[in-house]
Design a binder for this molecule. Structure first.
Ligand code: KG4
Ligand code: ZN
Length: 340
């Protein structure tokens, strides 16, 4: 049932989650179906793009039906279809895109292509009903690390981004060398609670004086060198200390740069988004730093941090409100820039 609401369907398939959600009036979750492929990719220690595409194809019809059923609506009730069109794995993106275009064509409903990062930022509008732009956003995930000045619902300025690995990627790689499993972020987060964050001094890479860019490949090598050094000397390794010290070094840099960005732009609100936003140490450290500076921090619940269809539906809603729609030439863009 529609209940007089504006109903948006959001479709996300940019990496290893086939996710479709129904959202009412841009911010109210009616259903949020996520089919995760973590178990499939675990044996390979990371996402295998072609396997991901195949699983999206196998799963998307049942995820679509479940999203409608759980929301208690039919396609007739849906007013808008939003779909991630980039960045991401091109084969994975194409499955969601083909599904969205087919449904839009068959039903005559409008279609909107959504940037994955705009989606992550928008998950906060769902979590915090009064939140409106402008604000500073920190987007930290398996594929992205950036600080974004969000000027309006559809207007962004990227102030800094990673020059090599994304922060989630660094967590996953360090977890792998520690033999923890995949995805590594939540496992490091958990193990770090038992370790000493100051036991090992891993490098903090701040780059040039005023730069808001990041680099995480050095710390990844730092952890590897430390482990090899200990083993060569026949010394034992305390995995919990390594996890805690790595996490501390990464978050020291992220928190410092995010606070600097907010202060430079005189922003009193910082919004955190992306899978790594679920990290408990990040929430703690950024929360403390924000409190000291009189800044309010927003961070969605973990289910809205990792990839989902709700965030895509919400972003699509605000694009549609601004008169932005896509036609059937909409394509997948693996390196889509946010500011375009
Ligand atoms: O946003 P997301 O689901 O996918 C991308 O768009 O990349 O983020 C997935 C990433 C993975 O690298 C995962 O290890 C990381 O988020 N992650 C975490 C935590 N939970 C998920 N990293 C650190 N601490 C966590 N608690
Ligand atoms: Zn993501």
């Amino acid at each position: 049932m529609k209940d007089g609401q504006f109903i948006t369907m959001g479709i996300e398939s940019s990496c290893d989650e086939t996710a479709i959600a129904i959202v009412a009036d841009g911010r109210k979750v009616r259903s949020n179906i996520i089919s995760s492929q973590i178990a499939v990719h675990k044996v390979f220690g990371g996402v295998v793009p072609e396997i991901a595409s195949r699983h999206h194809l196998n799963n998307i019809n049942s995820v679509y039906q479940k999203a409608l059923d759980e929301a208690g609506v039919t396609m007739e009730d849906v007013d808008l279809i939003g779909v991630t069109c980039g960045p991401g794995l091109v084969g994975a993106l194409l499955i969601g895109l083909a599904h969205a275009k087919a449904v839009a064509f068959a039903t005559g409903k409008p279609l909107v292509g959504v940037h994955h990062i705009q989606g992550h930022i928008s998950s906060n509008y769902v979590a915090f009903e009064d939140l409106e732009p402008p604000f500073m956003a920190l987007v930290v995930s398996g594929g992205h690390t950036c600080i974004v000045d969000v000027k309006d619902y559809n207007s962004f300025e990227v102030l800094g981004q990673t020059r090599d690995d994304a922060v989630g990627e660094a967590f996953d790689k360090v977890a792998r060398v520690l033999g923890l499993g995949y995805p590594g972020g939540p496992l490091i987060d958990k193990l770090a609670k038992e370790g000493n964050p100051h036991a090992i001094e891993f490098p903090r890479v701040f780059l040039e004086k005023d730069s808001l860019d990041f680099s995480f490949s050095g710390i990844k090598t730092g952890v590897l060198n430390y482990l090899n050094g200990q083993r060569q000397k026949g010394l034992s390794v305390c995995e919990a200390d390594v996890a805690a010290s790595f996490q501390q070094a990464v978050m020291d840099v992220i928190v410092a740069k995010t606070i600097r960005a907010a202060k430079t732009r005189r922003q009193k609100r910082i919004v955190v988004a992306g899978g790594v936003a679920a990290n408990s140490r990040l929430r703690e450290m950024l929360g403390d730093a924000c409190q000291k500076e009189g800044i309010r921090m927003y961070c969605p619940p973990p289910i809205l941090c990792t990839d989902n269809g709700v965030m895509i539906a919400c972003a699509a809603y605000y694009k549609y409100q601004a008169g932005m729609t896509s036609d059937f030439t909409l394509d997948a863009f693996p390196n889509l820039p946010l500011e375009a």
